[in-house]
Design a protein around this ligand. Sequence first.
Ligand code: ADP
Ligand code: 5GP
Length: 230
Amino acid sequence: MTPVVFIISAPSGSGKTTLVRRLMGEVRGLHFSVSYTTRSPRGQEQDGREYSFVNREQFEEMIEQGRLLEWATVFGNYYGTARHFLEEAEAAKQDLLLDIDVQGAEQVKSRVSNTVSIFILPPSRPELEARLRHRSQDSEAVIRKRLRDAQREIVGYDRYDYVLINDQLEQSAAFLRSIVLHERWRHGSDLAEGDPSLLREMAEGCRTERLRSQVQPILESFQHEMSGGE
Ligand code: ADP
Ligand code: 5GP
């Protein structure tokens, strides 16, 4: 069985970590890829759990040896996905879950056939700002930088198969689960389960092309704030 590779991207603070944790707890057979990065650990992060932390030399060696399925420079640091996660998922008859940025998503889509990409958006820029503050993980300067970066990243939503506007957490978690299960049915996966027609109805409502009119005001909320003199 070829694994389905689920790619999830989102601007920081949209709720990606929260939703991915929920998904991993609710859906069996998902292998989470722990990325390699040259950035330093933050807060309670542990080596091998959130990331595998390496130095630039080690990362560049991995590139040279062709050990990375994709890699990118994000905020001045290297981030990459090791190929062995795909091999492990295949051997364990599981699907693979990648939490990577827009550049990495493009590379994986061009190199792997069974991909499903999902972009998570906050309901608006003010709500994103409120979540970043509420999380109380970052300094004011970092929050402002994350908001500016979010503006750049969200325009890439268009290249994803599905969009999730993370307004109500419970609802978003249910939609994310339905996308994964629906895609398993579509791919004829041994891991498919649940009512296929119900899952199709829920998941298909999250197709990017069906959500453009709902995404437009979110994009505009970012443009307004930016033109408001940051
Ligand atoms: P990310 O991984 O995208 O940076 P997090 O999962 O850390 O985001 O979420 C950012 C903050 O927003 C956290 O404090 C989280 O509890 C909160 N959050 C996530 N989803 C929602 C939601 N739907 N409604 C309100 N708060 C949310
Ligand atoms: P953070 O440093 O805040 O954890 O992550 C910064 C950004 O890097 C996020 O957009 C995250 O999705 C992205 N990222 C994390 N791991 C990888 C990876 O392996 N490859 C790529 N291309 N991006 C990654």
